[in-house]
Design a protein around this ligand. Structure first.
Ligand code: BGC
Length: 488
């Protein structure tokens, strides 16, 4: 009894008061993330033709035999039929999230499911576009969001988690000839941005009665690094080329795309789905990295870290939040865009790794002053990094959510060795007053990990590729305990 009273007393203490038992507050949103392309395929009974979304650039990227045979794409070639089949099994997957005690789930809408072909491009108004939507997909997403609500979960909906409709981006043609290809995705801003804004308006109007929290784009820098600058075995995104000038264009085109999507959602989500007084909260999801010098005593490495921080972490945030475009990446924004400012309600932060940096005397990319670094070690588990990126993200003055963080192939002890230390670091930021409002583990279930196929497993639930059976991993048990107590 005495222990109970003491625990209750501790719980009600202010989180900053000395001696308080540190825990995340009641309003903290615990969740798990997924992305449509990564989990939908592999249905146990629905025909592959309906289950798989065959009209996206990513479908083409992972299934085209020529691309798979091309060593520069680093594609596993694993068939999409090995994926978890969430398109069919979503109801039970959401029940699993509820069973873990989660309050939220991050999912994506697949643009090319709703608008598989170029007839969408002729539309000029939302109503016109609505008439061109694939009725099967429309019915599916309504049922999907109804189910999230029935499971008592708050949806955080990503409108663009990498995948673009094939009619806007032919990754294969652009991989072969980036200058000459026809459907050039993010390299055709005058075409893509109005289209993605109209699609966002449509989704906001159609699903706004179920969804309040929207994420426009997922990890713009990953699209750039793995698609246009440094595709590698770690990650290739279509079109998988190395072209610094195009890479920078794509980075800034995404900042403009976000702003157009923001305005479209704000204008068309007219329903307050969760009754909190706001129809919509719109942000972008950005991946931030922690950094360290290869040699702590080296000045060159220290400058390399500073510059890497600018390129990896700051350049996109400066653009999307402050309207500062630094197209030659020299650290000084020469193009200031006041009309893009004020179009972020929150910042979604994805955190996975600390990168070890070696400083260079000559920039790795000629003409770009800040590229005086080489990433020596790209993957390192570093729990304190979650503290560091939270502080960095919040320094832009917006509420933040950790929209992804997770451990690949988590061993049985990953709850203690990975999850608790990461969440302890996040709690430290929270207790210091950093405005972090939620944590979403990546991922609820094992997913098709882009070019790796099912070769990297992130799930709280393991998925059997043949039977589609889900099994809670020990890290999932640990997450449930943490969520229930509010403390790592
Ligand atoms: C992406 C996810 C991906 C995860 C793990 C993030 O880059 O948003 O789609 O599966 O990291 O690699």
């Amino acid at each position: 009894m005495l222990t109970t009273i003491l625990l209750l007393a501790c719980d009600s203490m202010d989180k900053d008061s000395p001696g308080a038992q540190p825990s995340f507050g009641d309003g903290f949103l615990w969740g798990a993330s997924m992305a449509g392309f990564q989990v939908e395929a592999g249905c146990p009974t629905i025909a592959a033709n309906d289950c798989e979304d065959r009209y996206s650039d990513w479908y083409q990227w992972v299934t085209d035999p020529d691309l798979i045979a091309d060593p520069s794409t680093h594609l596993s070639g694993e068939p999409l039929s090995d994926a978890p089949g969430h398109y069919e099994l979503y109801e039970e997957d959401f029940a699993r999230a509820t069973d873990l005690g989660l309050g939220g789930v991050r999912v994506s809408i697949e643009w090319s499911r709703l608008f598989p072909d170029g007839i969408a491009e002729g539309a000029e108004t939302v109503e016109d576009l609505a008439g061109r939507a694939n009725p099967l997909a429309l019915t599916y997403y309504h049922a999907y969001f109804d189910q999230i609500a029935a499971a008592g979960l708050k949806p955080v909906v990503t409108l663009n988690h990498y995948t673009l409709p094939l009619w806007l981006h032919d990754g294969k043609a652009c991989h072969a000839d980036i200058d000459g290809c026809e459907d050039r995705g993010w390299l055709e801003p005058d075409r893509l941005i109005p289209q993605i804004a109209l699609y966002s308006a449509f989704c906001a109007q159609e699903f706004g009665d179920r969804v309040d929290m929207w994420a426009t784009l997922n990890e713009p820098l990953a699209v750039v690094l793995s698609g246009y600058l440094l595709p590698s075995a770690d990650r290739t995104n279509p079109p998988g080329v190395s072209n610094p000038a195009y890479a920078i264009e794509v980075l800034y085109n995404q900042a403009e795309g976000h702003a157009a999507m923001y305005d479209a959602i704000k204008a068309h989500d007219v329903v307050d789905a969760d009754g909190d007084g706001e129809n919509s909260s719109v942000g972008v999801v950005d991946n931030l990295v922690a950094l360290k010098p290869l040699d702590p005593a080296s000045d060159l490495d220290a400058i390399g870290v500073e510059n890497a921080n600018y390129v990896y972490n700051l350049a996109f945030l400066n653009a999307v939040i402050r309207g500062e475009f630094d197209r030659d990446l020299d650290g000084v924004a020469e193009d200031i865009r006041p009309e893009l400012v004020g179009k972020m309600d929150y910042l979604g932060v994805n955190y996975y790794t600390r990168i070890t940096i070696r400083g260079l005397t000559v920039p790795l990319l000629g003409g770009y002053e800040k590229f005086t670094f080489y990433p020596e070690v790209v993957f390192e588990d570093y729990p304190d990094g979650l503290y560091e990126v939270s502080v960095l993200g919040a320094s832009y003055g917006l509420p933040i959510f950790i929209t992804e963080s997770g451990k690949a192939d988590p061993g049985d002890d990953a709850g203690d060795t990975w999850l608790r230390p990461h969440l302890a670091a996040l709690l430290r930021a929270y207790n210091e007053g950093i405005d972090v409002r939620g944590f979403f583990y990546w991922s609820l279930i094992d997913n098709y990990e882009w070019n790796h196929g099912m070769g990297m497993r992130f799930g709280l639930y393991a998925v059997d590729t043949a039977t589609k059976e889900r099994t809670l991993r020990p890290i999932g048990e640990d997450y449930r305990a943490i969520v229930s107590s509010g403390r790592p």
